[in-house]
Design a binder for this molecule. Sequence first.
Ligand code: TMP
Length: 214
Amino acid sequence: MNNKRHDEYPGFLFVLEGIDGAGKTAVVDSLVELLSLNYDVVRLREPTNESQWGLEIRERSPSGALTPDEELELFHRDRQWHVKNRIRPALEAGKLVLMDRYFFASGAYQSVSTGIPWKEILRRNRVEIGAPEPNIIFILDVSVEVGLERALQRNGTKNEQFEQVDRLIKVREAYLAMTQKDDGMYVIVDAAKTLEEVTSEVYSEIVRYVKHRE
Ligand code: TMP
């Protein structure tokens, strides 16, 4: 299918991944601010809040109304829409695309919830959707304890996440296994560091990569 390698597009695709509370969103906020000074940046996130499938996930998933198979299917359809309508057009237009989650999140989270191996989930995204390969996938790695503590501070209330320690331990393991066994270009970042340190590390990697191609 049409999943071009990243270097076949004029644009760049950088993805931030990690367990809940790894700090991705705050890092993306800072990166957009810094990179926009010199580059034409497009910020995207998954699940989207644009397609009917992304909206359905956002509405129904938090209350546990979806089965793991239904979730997998909705993420897949949302991504299909996203690749076609946002990601590929931005890459073809030469933009620097920064993504807060992508199909590696399906590999990590849905492998744990459905039991389907992450390799198979990544393969479906690549082959069936033709999802463009990122130039770099940053795995913001943090212990589950730190992640949950941060998520708790952000949400302000004690929520059900403490029941999810085992699940997140497995999600983290799946992400780390990908960095070892998948062919993608992964960079692991120690996300227990401060926001400034993490941002600066990711920023430097991105700029080095972009300058290298220019
Ligand atoms: P967020 O923390 O980036 O807002 O992510 C929303 C949740 O969606 C998070 O718990 C991870 C989950 N997710 C999946 O399970 N599979 C996916 O493919 C994506 C994109 C997100």
